[in-house]
Design a protein around this ligand. Structure first.
Ligand SMILES: [Zn+2]
Ligand SMILES: [Zn+2]
Length: 264
């Protein structure tokens, strides 16, 4: 049985002191691969570090893209930096996380929207799948994805840390997205998330930690890490009424197939 953490941030400072142990712990419970999502300032070293971390571990992959929080920092220079990184490393398999976050509003909404569209187009030029972050902006997100991605050449993408309704899940599935659930699906009050989980076909399902955030039950309150993806998998297996092994292997296969990877 293998697990894949489809979205983590192990390049972050939270892991500087014990990154090797964190990766080792993940491996020891069967987490075979991880996708490390680069975030931060595209005018500094943040993305270089994210890629370097992926380069230094087997089956740890990376994505680059400017988070909606940092949309106001996105310009030609930032874009060129990220494109250069993509060209420099085979470990970079996606563009993101990009999208809209109207909960925190760290960047003005009109800037978030403009930068979101621009990055989708850049990713598409590079033929990279996109990783979407959407919080309190679900209608706007779906509308933009419909406009930018509803053609046959769309490479596909992942709705990460899915937080929408069943209806939104259906909408994005139709456009060509996989849906990834994080630890918050295990939270007591997450009934609407579980309604969404019910409509996702198994072959479109992924699991993630989004660590160091969103620690699943029973470790809520602690720092999250990739080995904890097993708890989200256990929760979902029980929710769907299937064996853990089936849930784990199916979500791992979905990831490997989607990114056309070879993982041994
Ligand atoms: Zn996110
Ligand atoms: Zn994230």
């Amino acid at each position: 049985m293998i697990f894949i953490d489809s979205h983590c941030h192990i390049d972050g400072e939270a892991f500087d002191a014990d990154r090797d142990e964190v990766v080792e712990r993940a491996r020891s419970v069967g987490v075979k691969a991880m996708l490390n999502i680069g975030t931060g300032n595209p005018h500094g070293d943040d993305f270089r570090k994210a890629v370097a971390v992926a380069e230094s571990y087997e089956n740890v992959f990376a994505s680059v893209g400017v988070h909606p929080h940092d949309a106001k920092t996105y310009d030609d220079k930032a874009e060129n930096h990220l494109i250069e990184l993509v060209k420099s490393s085979k470990k970079i398999i996606a563009w993101g996380e990009i999208g809209l976050d109207f909960y925190y509003d760290h960047s003005p909404r009109d800037v978030q929207i403009e930068v979101f569209r621009r990055q989708i187009r850049t990713a598409r030029e590079l033929n990279l799948p996109i990783i979407i972050h959407s919080r309190d902006a679900n209608d706007e997100t779906v509308e933009i994805l419909r406009e930018e991605c509803s053609d046959q050449n769309f490479r596909g993408g992942i709705m990460h840390c899915f937080g929408g309704s069943a209806e939104m899940a259906q909408d994005v599935l139709e456009i060509g997205f996989l849906i990834s659930f994080a630890g918050n699906v295990t939270f007591k009050k997450a009934d609407s998330l579980r309604d969404a989980a019910r409509v996702v076909p198994f072959e479109k399902l992924l699991i993630e930690t989004d660590c160091p955030f969103l620690t699943p039950v029973p470790f809520r309150g602690k720092r999250n890490e990739p080995s904890f993806v097993v708890h989200t998998a256990k929760f979902l297996a029980e929710f769907y009424g299937i064996e853990l092994e089936k849930l784990a292997n199916q979500t791992a296969d979905n990831f490997v197939d989607f990114f056309e990877l070879k993982i041994d």
